[in-house]
Ligand binder design. Structure first.
Ligand code: ZN
Length: 462
């Protein structure tokens, strides 16, 4: 071999070697230091330590990796990106939020009518799951024999996780007819009305009793008083009926006859009874609340949810306190406003002064305070209501017949009746149905105070 050729070969060898070294070095320098585990799933609603997806950090420590998991919503199924940063390196890792947990639930025994069936969801309660669940029977059951029977219910979630439990049902003979709950009603002439919406039916065993209406002469286009008959039947064939009077009344606005029932001083242990009566007659009313009876505060939200209006009547209802000064009044009013907010989500603007705006008792504590307060509450955006009728339950020793007489003495088209929802007002509760019936027969509807209501103001005496 000649010298030239040897030198050439050596040079080529050197070049190849250098190339290998450079490529190796490049691969070494650019290889990722972050190594991840292959299972990157997160159970829905769990608490996640995102460092658990890191297997190791080459030449470093897991604690030196900065993790940004802000894009992940562990409350929602889906695929998300988590960013891992280590020195100059950044890796975007895809992780999945999954639901593999079966629903948890309790079972409860229920009765089912002979030869009928029952909605399986009535046999379970307190279902716990991250997604929507459905309840089914494990198979088709027949309830053709009086007595106890064991069935299996399956609760499944949206992600095909499910759990099964056994529960007993009592198969009984159904002899009770459905109850039709309805009061007399009035509708505006020419309006669209579904007569079925005026009543509700309840049955002890049948969730969906049938309801039929015999409308008779009823004509929503013509003013007048009509008898309408409702018939209800349950799946076992028990039937009941109820006839109500529906008034088709003049157009809305000035000619409409409206009663605004207002209950001051509650909530109290009478509130649930008052609410039941209002439901029964499909009436809405207004409650001017105080903060004094803390045991019954849940009725503030219950009343509001039923469509009644919550107004404010001051927190303490103590004359010496609220009328001690203008500041004292507003402090007390704002306190009951916050209380209302806790239960209904906002501070009501409808208010009533303890004793009404015409009270003279306040003179004893601050001269001229009512003249100031009546102006100032309006400046602050409140609207204060007195009344133009009362049942007199604020006075001592008012008999039921006297109460009824007072409450039904008005013939105004818009009547705001003062009543009380407080200790010792049993007569108020007992006379309420008759008072409602009286006005409903005369074509009045019962409404809760809103911005369209009348605002009765009495004469300010202090
Ligand atoms: Zn009061």
């Amino acid at each position: 071999m000649n010298l030239k050729r040897k030198t050439l070969l050596r040079d080529i060898g050197c070049l190849v070697l250098a190339g290998v070294v450079i490529v190796g070095l490049y691969m070494y320098l650019t290889a990722s230091s972050l190594h991840f585990v292959s299972d990157r799933e997160i159970e829905i609603n769990s608490v996640v330590d995102f460092s658990k997806f890191l297997k190791d950090v080459k030449g470093g420590d897991i604690h030196d990796v900065k993790i940004d998991s802000s894009a992940v919503n562990v409350k929602k199924i889906g695929e998300y990106q988590v960013i891992y940063k280590y020195q100059d390196e950044e890796v975007k890792l895809k992780v999945k939020v999954v639901d593999t947990t079966a629903p948890e639930f309790e079972v409860q025994t229920q009765s089912v009518a002979l030869h009928q069936t029952i909605d399986p969801s009535k046999l379970v309660k307190n279902i716990k799951d991250a997604s929507q669940t459905t309840v089914n029977f494990a198979k088709k059951y027949n309830f053709n024999q009086i007595g106890e029977q064991e069935v299996e219910v399956i609760v499944s979630d949206e992600y095909k996780n499910s759990a099964t439990q056994k529960v007993k049902v009592k198969v009984v003979e159904d002899k009770k007819a459905p109850v039709i709950i309805a009061g007399n009603a009035s509708v505006i002439v020419g309006s669209t009305i579904d007569l079925k919406s005026l009543v509700s039916i309840k049955d002890d065993l049948d969730d969906k009793p049938t309801l039929t209406v015999e409308a008779g002469q009823f004509d929503v286009q013509k003013q007048g008083s009509y008898q309408v008959k409702y018939l209800a039947a349950d799946a076992s064939g028990n039937q009941s009926e109820k006839t109500i009077i529906i008034q088709v009344i003049d157009k809305t606005g000035e000619d409409e006859k409206v009663v605004y029932l207002t209950f001051d001083d509650g909530p109290s242990h009478y509130t649930p009874q008052v609410l039941d009566i209002l439901d029964r007659y499909h009436c809405k009313a207004t409650f001017f609340i105080t903060g004094m009876n803390s045991a019954y505060r849940k009725y503030i939200s219950i009343a509001h949810d039923k469509g009644h209006t919550i107004g404010l009547h001051t927190y303490s209802h103590s004359y010496s306190k609220v009328y001690a000064s203008v500041d004292a009044y507003f402090k007390d009013l704002e306190k009951v406003g916050q209380l209302a907010k806790d239960y209904i989500g906002f501070v009501p603007k409808y208010i009533r002064f303890p004793g009404g705006s015409s009270n003279a008792v306040s003179k004893k504590y601050t001269k001229g305070i009512m003249s100031k307060l009546t102006k100032m509450v309006e400046e602050k955006g409140y609207i204060y209501y007195d009344w133009n009728a009362e049942n007199g339950d604020g006075y001592a020793k008012m008999s039921q017949s006297e109460m009824y007489k007072r409450a039904t003495s008005s013939s105004a088209k818009k009547i705001m009746i003062l009543m009380h929802d407080a200790n010792g007002k049993q007569n108020t509760v007992d006379t309420l149905p008759k008072i409602i019936e009286y006005y409903q027969k005369k074509g009045y509807t019962f409404k809760a105070i809103d911005d369209s209501s009348i605002v009765p103001h009495q004469h300010v005496n202090n």
